[in-house]
Design a binder for this molecule. Sequence first.
Ligand SMILES: O=C(O)C[C@H](O)C(=O)O
Ligand code: SF4
Length: 513
Amino acid sequence: MEKFQESMYKLVVETSTKLPKDVRRAIKAAKERENAGTRAAMSLATITNNIKMADEQVSPICQDTGLPTFKIKTPVGVNQLELKEAIKKAIVQATKEGKLRPNSVDSLTGVNSGDNLGIGLPVIKFDQWEKDYIDVRLILKGGGCENKNIQYSLPCELEGLGRAGRDLDGIRKCILHSVYQAQGQGCSAGFIGVGIGGDRSSGYDLAKEQLFRPVDDVNPNEDLRKLEEYILENANKLGIGTMGFGGEATLLGCKIGVMHRIPASFYVSVAYNCWAFRRMGVSVDAKTGEIIEWAYQDGEFIDFKETEAEKEAAAAGTSEKVITLQAPITEEQIRSLKVGDVVQINGMMYTGRDAIHKYLMDHDAPVDLNGQVIYHCGPVMLKDEDGKWHVKAAGPTTSIREEPYQGDIMKKFGIRAVIGKGGMGPKTLAALKEHGGVYLNAIGGAAQYYADCIKEVEGVDLLQFGIPEAMWHLRVEGFKAVVTMDSHGNSLHADVDKSSLEKLAQFKDPVFK
Ligand SMILES: O=C(O)C[C@H](O)C(=O)O
Ligand code: SF4
């Protein structure tokens, strides 16, 4: 088994940096559905460009490399403890080399272990089977989409859809609702795995298990096949679109599994995965530990390289006006922006996410933030031999987590713009209006694309919070984002939420009797 650690390292790197073939095809099909020139089409172009950059640089597709979860089947007699140790070493190595972000945090103290190990991490689940080789599956599911998982206990009352009973039609309503409630916050367009039955934990396990099915397989259970097709077709009528900007592509895959339950419980569990659907698998020789075969290799590989015709079409379609903002930004400039404007930022921006926002509530800022831009981002960073930091991946994180703090912090320090993804709520919207601020939406998961806009890491503060949570001082050039909340009380997120709820209501009547 001397090769097993190396095989696991290869599996981790491949999973973090290269999307599987079936996922690529689903994204390509979505791109073809969007109308040229719309915000949704632009966002998908950024996404496919990002996938290509990650391929070329062998760097993380998204900076959130998730909670590594391995599902392993071994022949009888294989030493599982040995496999576990080798996986841990492979994870440490991949973290050191910037293929994984140090993502393991002590839940009580907040201290980042720095190497992705920790109590219960990585998650490794074993099963035995009769075959003579080892099957290893790995999923790197990020936090933003994980936070949008949802579990329904039937019967229940659902906004837009009314009562969901303990039958196939009730299940249908829950799944449609799960897509609605995720909005763009889990980096739509997404994939869902659904588990029907079980208890709260086995139901979620079953839902996550579905994410390992190929996107284009066919469910052998006829009722579930019909339901999967129905959901995929109709969830795309909700108009949520890529990143919740509105559009045709909201859901790229739906896989449903079922298990028995006990009489009193009836759960429908939904695991939501972002477009950066990083899951891969290998068959491994049980004696040498070498990779025999990679999973998900069927069908066409899409490399997302633009053809000449596409380049010309893209060039012809770039009549869109881009407003350049040089940080620090004045209140007057900010007040002139409105929802839908596309901006590009030059100058400095400072990262800040959960730990920084909490800290700034009752401390001074380590730098003068007057007129500055805060970027909700937890990057992947590597330090070279001279002690200089380099950005390896740096897309936005879900902004809504900062809702309790954001408005107060903007006013306290004079911050003019925050960049993140998924939008913010009414408290922030009110503060933007009162203080003169703007919320800018970047494309979630496009970590290579944004890393490329960062020309220099000029400093870092509060590194004791760990790499993802520290305040990084970044000098950027041409950092593009869309105004989705302005200082005039407008929010694209509130609008899309409202219109998608209205669309959801058209699915109120029974379909599966
Ligand atoms: O942790 C992150 O960098 C992003 C996270 O996956 C999110 O979607 O909010
Ligand atoms: S930022 Fe978006 S793409 Fe990345 S892990 Fe989070 S939900 Fe997925």
